[in-house]
Design a protein around this ligand. Structure first.
Ligand code: MN
Length: 440
């Protein structure tokens, strides 16, 4: 069952002896404790974010801070990817998270030992948290889908199946990259103004504000996962930018769907926020709008409808080279919420596996562009361009799609009155100019 499990690790009164973890705006209070891979001195290993610091898990093991099941879980996080830890599923991550909460809490008798296992986050390189097996990208916001569909059919902007199943395509795992790695403008084929094909640096480079779910132990080939069990197969969440070349996409995607317009690169945030850490932020699933058909029973579960959503606010900030030269603050160009997703992640997993397709540990599922109904909730530029032709930054600079040197940063906060908000870190990348086309 995907029953949210709220325990002492979520206590709003809990504070850490790591002072930066108690700062009001931090993404990483002691109630969060997300897992990632850090590298210092050429050595990559697992760690846990706490305030502005990272608790080095191999160091904590060596210091004798972890024993029994907890030590076994931490040992699974000593390598260069978290897949062995993810393989322990939610129960394995839970025992480790609970022990780490005790170690890092104010008044802990392990403080002195644990303090020697801290690495300042600013001094560490953060790597991709897991080796991504497969990457499936959904399209779960009716507001995103509807805005883009309006040009095709203003009366029926949603595709016929949208309200009956979570639409998705198989994207590319090898090009998933961690926040901070730049994205070079790719080359691609598209239709020129006269309709004749052209090939060159893409002209309509876009971001898509998405939320990613990371799979733990799920299913074997041929064994569907019912919605009621699906939430428990997800072990962590991250921010995800599904970079999109719109000019290439328009030309290539009929009738087999997006290909090179999407596989160019995907950026994810470096910290996996555990499903347990998000338990206090469980929310009802999207409430059907008037006239919506009821989905078929295999996609419906009472508990999932009551608690399968998440109260997470997402934001997109942009800086241009000129803004950085002028010392201007990043411009927030979108604020949205996971409440706008028409489908829960449990429904996505259930649908994905309904034909027996097996999901593997470390597989990544993207939510699709998390757009809301209001103009400030347009979560990719294609929607903005379609409605307004482009946008203007606070310093007067105009943009249609992204230009070389622009940097796009996603942030996210799980928030609920009476709870300590938790965040996801940054999902950021800068656009580099296209590389010269290789010569023979
Ligand atoms: Mn997408």
């Amino acid at each position: 069952m995907g029953i949210p499990l709220v325990d002492s690790t979520h206590d709003p009164a809990l504070r850490s002896w790591v002072a930066s973890a108690n700062a009001p705006g931090t993404d990483f209070p002691i109630q969060n404790l997300p897992f990632g891979i850090l590298r210092t001195g050429g050595h990559a290993r697992g760690g846990v974010a706490i305030g502005d610091e990272i608790l080095d898990l191999p160091a904590a093991l060596a210091a004798g801070l972890l024993a029994g099941d907890v030590a076994r879980a931490a040992e699974a996080a000593t390598g260069e990817a978290l897949n062995p830890l993810l393989a322990l599923g939610r129960p394995g991550l839970r025992v480790l998270r609970q022990r780490l909460s005790a170690i890092l809490a104010e008044g802990s008798e392990d403080r002195a030992k644990a303090a020697r296992c801290l690495v300042p986050m600013a001094e560490a390189e953060l790597l991709l948290p897991m080796q991504v097996g497969n990457f499936t990208d959904f399209m779960a916001s009716r507001y995103h889908t509807g805005r883009l569909g309006r040009r095709r059919d203003p009366q029926n902007p949603l595709p016929p199946s949208f309200l009956h199943l979570p639409i998705a395509y198989h994207s590319r795992a090898t090009t998933v990259r961690v926040s901070g790695e730049p994205v070079a403008r790719p080359h691609g084929q598209s239709a020129g103004p006269d309709g004749a094909p052209r090939f060159g640096p893409v002209q309509s480079l876009d971001f898509e504000l998405e939320f990613g779910a990371v799979m733990g132990p799920a299913n074997r080939l041929g064994e569907p996962i019912p919605v009621a069990r699906a939430a428990d197969s997800i072990v962590g969440y991250c921010l995800l930018n599904d970079w999109s070349a719109r000019d290439v996409q328009r030309f290539e995607m009929m009738p087999l769907g997006p290909f090179l317009s999407k596989s160019l690169s995907t950026t994810i945030s470096p910290w996996l926020v555990t499903a347990d850490a998000l338990a206090p932020f469980a929310a009802p699933a999207f409430a059907p709008l008037q006239g919506d058909p009821a989905p078929l029973p295999y996609l419906m579960d009472t508990d999932d409808q009551a608690t399968g959503g998440l109260d997470v606010t997402l934001r997109v900030a942009v800086t241009t080279p000129r803004m950085r030269a002028e010392g201007a603050a990043p411009a927030i160009i979108c604020t949205s919420s996971l409440r706008h997703l028409n489908w829960t992640f449990a429904q996505m997993v259930a649908h994905h596996t309904s034909n027996g397709c097996d999901l593997r540990i470390g597989d990544l599922l993207g939510s699709g562009t998390v757009s809301g109904p209001e103009p400030d909730g347009r979560a990719c530029l294609a929607e903005v361009v379609m409605e307004d032709g482009g946008f203007t930054l606070p310093n007067g600079e105009k943009r249609v799609f992204l230009e070389d040197g622009d940097e796009v940063t996603f942030t996210g906060r799980a928030e609920r009155p009476g709870r300590v908000p938790i965040g996801f870190g940054r999902c950021a990348a800068r656009i580099l100019p296209a590389r010269p086309w290789p010569t023979a």
